[in-house]
Design a protein around this ligand. Structure first.
Ligand SMILES: Nc1ncnc2c1ncn2[C@@H]1O[C@H](COP(=O)(O)OP(=O)(O)O)[C@@H](O)[C@H]1O
Ligand code: SF4
Ligand SMILES: [Mg+2]
Length: 354
């Protein structure tokens, strides 16, 4: 990317940020009850929950690519599924294009779901090996009982395949998933999501199972589809390099909450939360002459069943102080729509606790 391209991209992200929200998520929680054994039910004397998503608030603007990033198990997929109401949130609200999703009955929700689609991480598992490419891509038309003739259906499948650059599309419709490469399978999965002409897509780790050499190809396809079709994405990844390549904004999740959110360049290049800094310092720079200060990240994330007090990152944080154990940090406004949930954001100083 040249500096000119980069400033153009920044300008575009700013225009989007000042536009209208498509999705508004407020205080959303998803707690899964744990089937506790006899012993733990005596020990805890209360119901236990996996607090997969534990109070997230953010907007996704029209035409935006908002990336949710964070380690495995931090609640990214559950957030995406709750936004589409594939899971009912335990608490909080999701407003999509002005409609509060909790007010819709099953039929209304099914109707709205034509406008929102999801693509999955594993292009091997998510495509039925016994179905032809044509029936895989046409599946949403069948599920949603779209009244069209067989020849119109074929036309829609061909159009969807062409839009993801599976060409000539006629050569692919009678093939089966095992005859395709990983990249082609992921394109098929995107074509299936596009056939209903959605406006919003949750792309859940769409490149993490793919060979590094074809990741950029799929990311560029998603960027092109945003341009061509005006799509809005919630893009989920555990990979910060992927996040900064594709995002307008990045939200960093840790144990069910968003600890930092802001424009991609600010979060990727001027991260303010100790957790984001640790994640970013773990990304290889690609330039062996650049020395980075590796921020230490102690241990594994704690269990989402037993969330630590105060700042939930404190047991692993190299900057933690006494207040962090007691008080939940509020979001600090760093300017430029960049928010950080840390008592010391903007004034971290030196690590206290290495
Ligand atoms: N249906 C479920 N029942 C119980 N726990 C779940 C369920 N789905 C996810 N979880 C738990 O919720 C947490 C967040 O999971 P997930 O949203 O898949 O994280 P991520 O996508 O960031 O890896 C994990 O601890 C996971 O084990
Ligand atoms: S609030 Fe304290 S423990 Fe949490 S990230 Fe900031 S410094 Fe670390
Ligand atoms: Mg996931």
């Amino acid at each position: 990317m040249t500096t000119e391209d980069y400033s153009r991209a920044l300008g575009r992200s700013e225009d989007i940020a000042n536009g209208e929200p498509l999705v508004q998520i407020r205080g959303m929680r998803k707690w899964f009850p744990v089937n506790a054994g006899f012993l733990s039910s005596i020990l805890y004397k209360q119901e236990l929950y996996v607090k997969a998503v534990d109070g997230v608030t953010f907007d996704i603007m029209k035409g935006e690519i908002l990336v949710l990033a964070g380690e495995s198990g931090c609640g990214k997929t559950t957030t995406g599924r709750c936004i589409l109401y594939l899971e009912d949130p335990t608490d909080g609200s999701v407003v999509y294009a002005g409609i509060d999703l909790s007010t819709l009955d099953r039929t209304e929700m099914k109707d709205l779901r034509k406008r929102m689609q999801i693509t999955f991480q594993d292009p091997y598992e998510s495509l039925n090996p016994k179905q032809s490419i044509s029936s895989i891509v046409a599946e949403p038309l069948v599920v949603h009982k779209i009244p069209i003739t067989p020849s119109q259906k074929r036309q829609r499948v061909l159009e969807a395949l062409e839009s993801v650059s599976i060409t000539p599309a006629e050569d692919f419709i009678d093939r089966y998933p095992h005859e395709l490469s990983g990249g082609q399978r992921q394109r098929i999965s995107v074509a299936r999501a596009l056939i209903l002409h959605p406006e919003f897509m949750v792309a859940d780790e769409p490149v993490s199972m793919l060979d590094v050499s074809i990741r950029a190809e799929i990311l560029n396809l998603l960027l092109k589809l945003r341009e061509d079709l005006g799509l809005t994405y919630l893009f989920i990844t555990h990979d910060l390099a992927v996040a900064s390549y594709i995002a307008d904004r990045i939200g960093i999740m840790y144990l069910g909450i968003i600890v930092e959110i802001g424009p991609a360049h600010a979060v990727a290049f001027e991260p303010q939360h100790p957790y984001t800094r640790a994640l970013i310092s773990a990304v290889p720079s690609g330039d062996p002459t650049v020395k980075r200060r590796i921020e230490s990240l102690k241990g594994e994330p704690p269990s989402p069943i037993n969330v630590p007090s105060g700042c939930r990152f404190h047991p692993r944080c190299p900057y933690a102080q006494e207040i962090c154990v007691r008080e939940v940090p509020e979001d600090r406004d760093m300017g430029g729509k960049h928010y950080v949930a840390c008592h010391f954001a903007g004034e971290l100083g030196e690590p206290t606790n290495l």
